[in-house]
Design a protein around this ligand. Structure first.
Ligand code: KIV
Length: 276
């Protein structure tokens, strides 16, 4: 399999090949996803909720993102690793945004960064791309704006809001992003945006007509159960399997069934006797 590049994303859209993206935050999971053949791995700031137990993504720092991005890139050979820019890492100044994007590439080993927002982010996007760093946009429900949006709600259901998302997507494309994530937008809006853009759209809660799909890996494997958004499909009950395995382990340890002979190192009786 060949390493996925930004040109591959472009070709996939041209060829009508759907793009697969999943999140990962650690070495072993990233390695499994890569070996299974996923096209891209997003080190999402969703790690704040699913790995660190925060109630939003707002507390995630650059240090958190670099730490997890490093772990992921060590496990990946072929998928493109995209790292999320966390809250406030690109809002204060264009210079800081470029420096922080650069750290995710230079220290984290990611190939590209993702950031949330539309027209207001154009100068930031352009500056990061000028520094030769590929950028993915993120529109619709942008979780870092949860307090302004008033909750995690579907976006773009009214004409004005839908028009704004479409225009933002077009502006981001003009600014040079190579893909745009559309989160929690109606399916027909996502289909229209995907038709109008020449770069791929990656949907999450955006219906079946975007050019690709992304899910949070803990959601699709059933290992994060605090809440389940409508758009999530659980492909594996790994959370339940984990609990079953742990219950069996507890039982076997309590009843001295584990470790068995095959898990045990031995020594000759003669040697042991000399120790008494
Ligand atoms: O942080 C994340 O996991 C994301 C995806 C939900 C797109 O941004």
């Amino acid at each position: 399999m060949k390493k996925k590049t930004t040109s591959w994303f472009k070709e996939a859209k041209l060829n009508g090949e759907k793009i697969t993206m999943l999140t990962a935050y650690d070495y072993s999971t990233a390695k499994l996803l890569d070996e299974a053949g996923v096209d891209s791995i997003l080190v999402g700031d969703s790690l704040g909720m699913v790995m660190l137990g925060y109630d939003s993504t707002l507390k995630v720092t650059m240090e958190d993102m670099i730490h997890h991005t490093k772990a992921v890139t060590r496990g990946v050979k072929n998928a493109m690793v995209i790292a999320d820019m966390p809250f406030l890492s690109y809002h204060i100044s264009v210079e800081e945004a470029v420096r922080n994007a650069g750290r995710l590439i230079q220290e984290g080993g990611a190939t590209a960064v993702k950031l949330e927002g539309g027209n207001e982010m154009v100068p930031v996007v352009e500056a990061i791309i000028k520094a030769q760093i590929p950028v993915v946009g993120h529109l619709g429900l942008t979780p870092q704006s949860v307090n302004l949006l008033g909750g995690y709600k579907v976006q773009g259901r009214e004409v004005e809001a839908a028009q704004a998302i479409l225009e933002d997507a077009q502006l981001l494309e003009e600014s040079g992003v190579f893909a745009v994530v559309l989160e929690c937008v109606p399916d027909k809006l996502s289909a229209l945006i995907s038709e109008k853009l020449s770069i791929p759209t990656i949907g999450i809660g955006a219906g079946n007509d975007s050019d690709g799909q992304v899910l949070v890996v803990q959601d699709m494997l059933g290992t994060f159960t605090d809440f389940k958004p409508k758009f999530v499909k659980t492909y594996g009950q790994i959370g339940e399997h984990t609990k079953e395995a742990v219950r069996l382990y507890i039982d076997e340890v309590k009843n001295q069934k584990f470790p068995a002979k095959e898990h045990t190192f031995t020594i000759s009786e003669d040697i042991i006797e000399k120790l008494y």
